[in-house]
Write a protein that binds this ligand. Structure first.
Ligand code: PLP
Length: 379
């Protein structure tokens, strides 16, 4: 949409030109099946290898550790169900958190029906997981811990390295999975340094199209596949590879050559937004001070989030209410953090990308002031 002011980048991002060109080029020139042995297939196989190498390098992994999937949700399902099915002789306890994304929580609830014991821990007040509490709950029966790197509603950042270390210090055999969907290419990620066994990411949060994600699986970790067939992706995700989107993911990864520089740019935008929004006495900041700058959760106290959202949308400004997946429900994250219902019901998530500008933030801040003056308070 022309002239849209888009602050809903944690829901999805606008595909970048590099990704669009990669899709076009693949569909026009390189549409062979990577499993075919003729030259069209070989060309596709080469493109697949190159894309895998690009993605692997972006998290300091090896190419053979990357499994392409259709999205972050599939990556989380493959990591969690795949690991638990393969480890069920070793134990049946899984630990996770109340503030995880539904693609983790609902997958774990499904496993509960199949006899696994799932412990959903509380986070600390600021939304982060405590390594000590986690370690206290890991025992010989614990096969998997799943803990997100960045929370999608408030942007709190978990210290994954410390959490993985705490888990391994209690039980070396417990696998550690992190959902890095909101962190990938927004924080530097080095899987060896983090000490994780499994890591999920998604393309459409970093300006690739929807329909592509990947799972990092450390060498030696066994997963039971969810999709069986021709044995693509090392037998872990059968189905002919989605080459246009795999190439687009690689292109969007390459389009962010310096994660820290991009992070700084977005932090400047977020800090500017906070300074502008401070002038509005109705605004409370829900994201912790040290949250990922890409996500700023605020409450416009006294005003229903839906009403604010719709008023902004009429002005071609787009934000979200809690998380996009929480449509219609009171946010389970803000509820788990103990926030009162009025704050939760008036909470909106402003999520930035490197393409946002300070001018757009000025317009948003002005519109929020106007809304405060014009709209009727709900309490
Ligand atoms: N995990 C987190 C933390 C997310 O924010 C999301 C999407 O918003 C997902 C998983 C699911 O990713 P996808 O939309 O690619 O399935």
């Amino acid at each position: 949409m022309e002239n849209a002011i888009y602050f809903d980048n944690s829901a999805t991002t606008k595909p970048c030109q590099e990704a669009i060109e990669a899709v076009n080029s693949c569909l026009n020139n390189n549409w062979g099946n990577p499993s075919s042995v003729h030259s069209l297939g070989v060309n596709s196989l080469l493109a697949l290898a190159e894309a895998r190498e690009t993605v692997a390098k972006s998290i300091n992994a090896k190419s053979e550790d990357i499994i392409f999937t259709s999205c972050g949700t599939e990556s989380n399902n493959l990591a969690i169900i795949g690991a638990c099915l393969s480890l069920k002789k070793q134990g049946n306890k899984i630990i996770s958190y109340k503030t995880e994304h539904p693609s983790v929580i609902n997958t774990l609830k499904q496993l509960e029906h199949f006899g696994f014991e799932v412990l959903f821990l509380d986070t600390q007040k600021n939304g982060t997981a405590c390594p000590k509490t986690l370690a206290e709950n890991v025992d010989n029966n614990t096969i998997l811990v799943s803990c997100m790197m960045v929370n999608n509603e408030i942007g709190s950042i978990n210290n994954i390295k410390e959490l993985a270390k705490a888990v391994k210090s209690k039980n070396q055999k417990t696998l550690f999975h992190t959902d890095a969907v909101q962190a990938y290419k927004k924080l530097p990620i080095n899987v060896n340094d983090l000490g994780v066994d499994l890591l999920s990411a998604s393309g459409h949060k970093i300006h690739a199209p929807k329909g592509i994600g990947f799972l990092y699986k450390k060498k030696g970790v066994n997963l039971t596949p969810l999709l069986n067939g021709g044995g693509q992706e090392n037998g872990l995700r059968s189905g002919t590879e989605n080459m246009p989107l795999i190439c687009a993911l690689a292109a969007s990864v390459k389009a962010i050559p310096d994660v820290l520089a991009t992070h700084k740019k977005v932090k400047d935008l977020r800090d500017y937004a906070k300074s502008k929004l401070l002038n509005n006495k109705n605004i409370v900041f829900n994201s912790p001070e040290n949250a990922l700058p890409y996500i700023l959760n605020i409450s416009l106290t006294g005003f229903k989030a839906e009403t604010v959202l719709n008023a902004l949308s009429l002005k071609n400004i787009y934000v979200s209410k809690g998380s996009a997946c929480a449509k219609g429900h009171r946010s389970h994250v803000l509820t788990a953090l103990g926030m009162n219902d009025n704050l939760i019901d008036s909470s909106i998530r402003i999520s930035f990308s490197r393409f946002n500008t300070k001018e757009e933030i000025d317009i948003l801040a002005n519109e929020l002031q106007e809304i405060t003056k014009k709209l009727r308070r709900f309490c």
